[in-house]
Design a protein around this ligand. Structure first.
Ligand SMILES: [Zn+2]
Length: 315
């Protein structure tokens, strides 16, 4: 009897987290009153992490839940919704998608399946791109990298465009949209939850992980947007990947990375160095970041992207 009682005590705890074998245990953690984030794995999408690698966030309001970035596949979206049900039985009322990269929004499908009335907000470019080949390319990327774990995932594009300065009230919770031109992509929105002074940054900040800067991105814009975020009245910054915290804990390092890279590449460009020579300088001067996931495979690409941007401003 005693044993059974102990077992009953332990059961709710042991079943609390979502376990990805060999990757880790994931659950929504409180970061402010009624605000939670499930901090995802830092690695690229894989068979092991099933395409889960982002930081879904939720705000629990009086009558429901507002969800930011529901994850990278239909299956991950369903898991995210199961984890939400461990926090509250209330329905999802609204969703924000931070940008076009599939690891953040392909979970929309699961949300719409369970909560067809939930409105999904995003940058107008994101809505447009999701409906083109860009959206279906992300389905294929996830399918390939997860070795089929995302099978059945399809594009469910956001419904409602939002832009810089928009204020949206959902069930008494106030949200402010920050979006100031290309940075991580040309589809970025940062979502401020005014009530709790939380800023969901999307991939405008990375913490302990290096991400992609594709052709639509602007590293100069990335520096600008982080300097802008620093001026906002925010208590908790939620990066697209990695731990949340105050600006120093969650965003300062990535701003330093980009600013230092900008300096190194500018100097190299002025001295007519080849890009591989600049890369060698960057690897040395940015060695503090060498343990960040993806540093080795990204640093060369980051140097090249920054080089192109500096060259374009000089022309
Ligand atoms: Zn991204």
């Amino acid at each position: 009897m005693k044993k059974l009682f102990i077992l009953m005590l332990l059961l709710p705890l042991s079943s609390h987290a979502w376990v990805l074998p060999g990757v880790g245990d994931y659950k929504f953690e409180s970061i402010a009153d009624q605000v939670y984030v499930m901090h995802g794995p830092l690695q690229e999408p894989s068979k092991q992490n099933q395409g889960f690698m982002n930081n879904p966030g939720i705000i629990v309001s009086k009558n429901g839940v507002i969800l930011i970035d529901p994850g990278g596949t239909y299956q991950v979206g369903k898991q995210v919704l199961s984890e939400i049900k461990k926090i509250t039985a209330k329905p999802v009322l609204a969703v924000f998608n931070s940008h076009i990269h599939g690891d953040h929004w392909l979970g929309n499908q699961a949300v719409k399946e369970q909560y067809p009335k939930a409105l999904i907000y995003a940058h107008p470019n994101m809505i447009a791109q999701a409906k083109t080949k860009v959206g279906s390319d992300w389905i294929n990327i996830m399918q390939r990298l997860t070795e089929g774990a995302s099978k059945g995932t399809r594009v469910v594009a956001p419904d409602k465009p939002v832009q810089q300065g928009d204020e949206i009230v959902v069930d008494g919770q106030r949200f402010k949209v920050h979006s100031s031109g290309p940075a991580h992509t040309d589809t970025d929105v940062m979502v401020e939850h005014v009530n709790s002074k939380t800023l969901f940054m999307g991939d405008n900040s990375f913490n302990k992980r290096m991400g992609r800067f594709d052709s639509s991105s602007s590293m100069h814009g990335g520096i600008k947007v982080l300097n802008y975020a620093k001026t906002l009245d925010i208590k908790t910054f939620v990066p697209g990947h990695g731990q949340s915290g105050d600006f120093d804990a969650a965003a300062r390092q990535f701003l330093e990375y980009l600013s230092t890279l900008q300096q190194i590449v500018k100097q190299g460009y002025e001295r007519d160095l080849e890009d591989y020579e600049i890369k060698a300088v960057a690897e040395k001067q940015l060695h503090a970041f060498k343990d960040w996931a993806g540093f080795e495979e990204r640093i060369g690409k980051h140097v090249f992207k920054m080089y192109l941007e500096i060259q374009a401003t000089e022309l």
